[in-house]
Design a protein around this ligand. Structure first.
Ligand code: AMP
Length: 293
């Protein structure tokens, strides 16, 4: 695996590959890699000629300093995992490389409604920060396909929107987004870099997030959609979580089901909750045409 630290070096390398019409698959990450990340590498390998991954803990997307400072860093292990997984290129820039002029004076992205709900509501500025870095990374990599995890459902939608906004720029290459399923631990906890921060007692409790989704899922399937969110929320509160949101939304628009007159075909159940100072998110998506009685 080649490790490159500057955009110039990355462009020079990938230019050659792109002139040979090789398809580049890209997986952006913030490191502290786990099997969820590696499943994206696997998916990229199957559909691309060259697999590029990046590791960059993007300061612009953290709206909470403690979360940023405590974000796990395991770079040596990450490099070994990427090598074994068959990643071809790792882009490993420093903050100055991505933000030579600081990150406060960057452009704003028109994300519309998407930015006003769920993660957007509880983490103001977060998705602007995500767009800032992904925009720069897409300029640097110019991939044919971008591999993302469903674990960050709303982020996938935001990046899809970013790719659409970029279509207005004649220099930008069209990128296909591939959303890959959430990998889970045996007890159902969604794999996440932040899980490394959980102590033993917290780790035991953490699977309640997935259980709460299953509770809501069952209620939706029984046709009791209106109480599903309330029951999921209460379950987590009783387990000692501080819940930011527990909502059922149209899987395509993210409009809350409680604001809609009919039940959408795809319902996303989305949750974010704190276990002490560690914030975990998760979601599942239901096809109501098949599953609701
Ligand atoms: P992160 O390093 O947390 O920014 O995540 C990098 C990419 O990995 C994002 O597209 C995430 O959605 C994806 N990802 C994170 N956790 C998982 C998981 N458990 N299963 C699949 N993909 C994941």
């Amino acid at each position: 695996m080649i490790i490159l630290k500057t955009t110039i070096a990355l462009r020079a390398y990938l230019e050659e590959q792109q002139q040979l019409s090789l398809k580049i698959g890209f997986i952006p990450t913030m490191g502290a890699l786990h099997d969820g990340h590696l499943s994206l590498i696997e998916a990229a390998k199957a559909g691309s000629d060259v697999v590029v991954s990046s590791i960059f803990i993007n300061p612009a997307q953290f709206n909470n300093t403690v979360d940023f400072e405590k974000y796990p860093v395991t770079i040596e292990n990450d490099i070994a995992l990427l090598e074994t997984a068959g990643c071809d290129v790792l882009f490993l820039p420093q903050v100055k490389e991505m933000y030579p002029n600081d990150y406060d004076d960057q452009r704003r992205y028109d994300l519309g409604f998407l930015e006003t709900v769920l993660e957007g509501k509880f983490r103001p500025g977060h998705f602007q920060g995500v767009c800032m870095i992904v925009d720069k990374l897409l300029d640097a990599v110019r991939p044919s396909s971008l591999f993302l995890g469903q674990k960050d459902y709303q982020q996938c939608m935001v990046i899809q929107r970013l790719v659409e906004l970029r279509r207005n720029d004649p220099c930008s290459r069209d990128t296909k987004i591939v959303v890959c399923p959430t990998l889970r631990e045996p007890d159902g906890l969604a794999m996440s870099s932040r899980n490394m921060r959980l102590n033993e007692a917290q780790r035991k409790k953490a699977n309640a997030i997935f259980q709460s989704l299953l509770i809501a899922d069952e209620l939706v399937k029984k046709g009791s959609i209106r109480i599903a969110a309330i029951n999921g929320y209460r379950f987590l509160e009783e387990k000692g979580f501080k819940v930011d949101y527990f909502d059922l939304a149209d899987g395509t628009s993210l409009r809350s089901v409680s604001d809609l007159e009919s039940i959408p075909e795809r319902v996303a159940i989305l949750v974010a909750a704190f276990l002490d100072d560690i914030r975990l998110i998760d979601n599942i998506v239901i096809d109501t045409r098949q599953s609701v009685n």
